[in-house]
Design a protein around this ligand. Structure first.
Ligand code: UGA
Length: 436
C-alpha cells in the first residue's frame, strides 16, 4: 500500500518481502491483497516499483527504509516484534557505512523505537537514524486515506531524520505532528484504542436503548452533532474486528499493565466487544427458541466491507457459537470463499445470497457489503422458512424489511414489525395461543 502510494507520488520504490510467492505475484502484476484501487495503482506505476527478496538490493536502492511488517498479538497480549527485530537485524548487516533512515510504519509498543535505536548504536551503526511514522489507513479506503491524510505523525531522535521523512509528505496539505518517538508510538495506540472505545460505548448505549425503548440511530445522530463528540464511529453493531483494533487495544492494555498501570477502561471496551457478538444468539433465540436444528444464514464474513480480511471477524465467533448451539450454518460473502471460514468447522459456504437463505429460519447480516444491503429483500422473502432477520450492522431499513414481511431485529433500534407478527408475539408474551 505504502509502496504503491509513494510510487504514485513520483518516487522510485523498492519493495522487499520474505515471501517468494508474494514477490513472484507482484512481479506478475498481481496485487497481494484485496484493496480497492490497489491493483490499478500498482499497474499504473509499475515502472517505478521494483520487487525483491534481497535486503542488500533494497539497501543499495534506497536510503529511506519503511518497515511495514505485522505485529500480531502473542499469547500474553503483547505485540509480537519478531518480524520487526528480524528486519532491523538484516539492516545491521550493512555495517558502519550505512546512513539509512529506518522508518517504522508497523504499530509497535511504546519504547520499541528507543530499544531499536540503542541496539543500532551498540552495533556501531551510528549513522543509521530511526523515525516513527505510524499509519492511520483503514482497510478498504487505504489509498484515499494515504493520499488525503488527516494528519502525518513523525517522531524522531534527530530532527534531520524527521525532516527527510517529512519531505516525503510535502505534497499533502495536512497538519504534521512532529514529536518524540515514544509520543508518536503512543499516538497510534491511543487513536485506535479511543476509536474502539467509542464503538463499545455506542454499543452499550444501543443495548440500553433496547431496554428502554429508545432508538440508537437517532440517539447517535443527536450525540454526533455535538462537534466535541463527532458523528463518526458511532455506528452500533455486533462489535469491532479486524487486524488492528482488537490487537492494538489488547497491546495498549498490556503495555500499561507491564508498566504497572491498570487500564480499567480498556478492560471494559474489550469485554463489551466480546459480548456484543454473542447478543445475536440471544436475539435469534428470542424469535426461534432453541437453535438446535435451526438453519441460520450468515450474510457477509469479512470483518467489514471492502476487504478480504477475516482477522477477528465477528462471523468467526458467531458461526462457532451457532454450531455449538446445534444450528446448521450457511454463509455467503461477496469476496471471500470457503477457506476464509475454515477455522470454524461445519459452515457451508454458498455461491449466492439466495442459496444461503433458502429454507433458512433466520438470516444475520454480519457484514454490510452494499450488494447485501441492497438485495431485493421482498423477492427473497418467500425463499425463507421463517423470515427472521438480525441486522448486525443496522444497515437495513426496519420499515422496508417490515413491509416486506420480515421480523426485523437490529441493534438498539426500534423494530417495525409486520402487523401479524407483532400480534403473534404480543399474544405469545401474554401466554395465549397466537391467533392463526
Ligand atoms: C482501523 C482504523 O480506523 C485506522 O485509522 C487504522 O489505521 C487501522 O485500524 C490500523 O491500525 O491499521 P480498520 O481496522 O481498517 O482501520 O477498520 P475500521 O474502519 O476502523 O473498522 C474497524 C472495525 O470497527 C470494523 O469491524 C467495523 O465494522 C467496526 N466499526 C467501525 C463499528 O462497529 N462501528 C463504527 O462506527 C465504526
Amino acid at each position: 500500500m505504502t509502496a504503491a502510494c509513494f510510487a504514485a507520488l513520483g518516487h522510485h520504490v523498492t519493495v522487499r518481502d520474505i515471501d517468494a510467492e508474494r514477490i513472484a505475484a507482484l512481479n506478475d502484476g498481481q496485487s497481494p491483497i484485496y484493496e480497492p484501487g490497489l491493483a490499478e495503482l500498482l499497474e499504473k506505476h509499475a515502472d517505478r516499483l521494483t520487487y525483491t527478496l534481497s535486503m542488500p538490493r533494497l539497501l543499495t536502492a534506497a536510503r529511506i527504509v519503511f518497515v511495514a511488517v505485522g505485529t500480531p498479538p502473542t499469547y500474553s497480549g503483547d505485540a509480537d516484534l519478531s518480524s520487526v527485530v528480524a528486519v532491523v537485524d538484516e539492516l545491521s548487516a550493512v555495517g558502519p557505512a550505512s546512513d539509512h533512515v529506518i522508518v517504522m510504519k508497523s504499530t509497535v509498543p511504546v519504547g520499541t523505537g528507543q530499544r531499536i535505536a540503542s541496539a543500532l548504536r551498540s552495533r556501531g551503526l551510528t549513522n543509521v537514524s530511526y523515525v516513527s511514522n505510524p499509519e492511520f489507513l483503514r482497510e478498504g479506503t487505504a489509498i484515499g486515506d494515504f493520499m488525503d491524510p488527516d494528519r502525518v505523525v513523525i517522531g524522531d531522535f534527530e530532527s534531520s531524520a524527521g525532516d527527510q521523512v517529512g519531505a516525503l509528505y510535502r505534497p499533502f496539505d495536512c497538519p504534521v505532528v512532529r514529536t518524540t518517538v515514544p509520543s508518536a508510538e503512543m499516538i497510534k495506540y491511543a487513536s485506535n484504542a479511543f476509536l474502539a472505545t467509542k464503538i463499545s460505548f455506542v454499543n452499550e448505549i444501543a443495548n440500553v436503548c433496547e431496554e428502554v425503548g429508545a432508538d440508537i440511530d437517532v440517539v447517535a445522530r443527536g450525540m454526533g452533532l455535538d462537534p466535541r463528540i463527532g458523528s463518526s464511529f458511532l455506528r452500533a453493531g455486533i462489535g469491532y474486528g479486524g487486524s488492528c483494533f482488537p490487537k492494538d487495544v489488547a497491546a495498549l492494555k498490556q503495555l500499561a499493565g507491564n508498566s504497572g498501570y491498570h487500564f480499567q477502561l480498556l478492560n471494559a471496551v474489550i469485554e463489551v466487544n466480546e459480548l456484543q457478538k454473542r447478543r445475536v444468539i440471544t436475539k435469534l433465540k428470542k424469535h426461534l427458541g432453541p437453535l438446535d436444528g435451526k438453519s441460520i444464514a450468515l450474510l457477509g464474513l469479512t470483518f467489514k466491507p471492502g476487504t478480504s480480511d477475516m482477522r477477528e471477524a465477528a462471523s468467526l465467533v458467531l458461526a462457532a457459537r451457532l454450531i455449538a448451539e446445534g444450528a446448521q450454518v450457511r454463509a455467503y460473502d461477496p469476496v471471500v470463499g470457503p477457506r476464509a471460514i475454515e477455522p470454524v468447522r461445519g459452515v457451508s459456504v454458498c455461491p449466492s445470497p439466495e442459496a444461503t437463505i433458502e429454507d433458512a429460519d433466520a438470516a444475520v447480516l454480519v457484514t454490510e457489503w452494499p450488494e447485501l444491503v441492497h438485495l431485493d429483500w421482498p423477492r427473497l422473502r418467500p425463499l425463507m422458512r421463517q423470515a427472521v432477520i438480525v441486522d448486525g450492522r443496522n444497515a437495513l431499513s426496519p420499515q422496508l424489511m417490515a413491509q416486506a414481511g420480515y421480523v426485523y431485529e437490529g441493534i438498539g433500534r426500534i423494530a417495525e414489525m409486520p402487523a401479524d407478527a407483532a400480534e403473534n408475539r404480543a399474544a405469545a408474551a401474554a401466554g395465549v395461543e397466537p391467533a392463526t
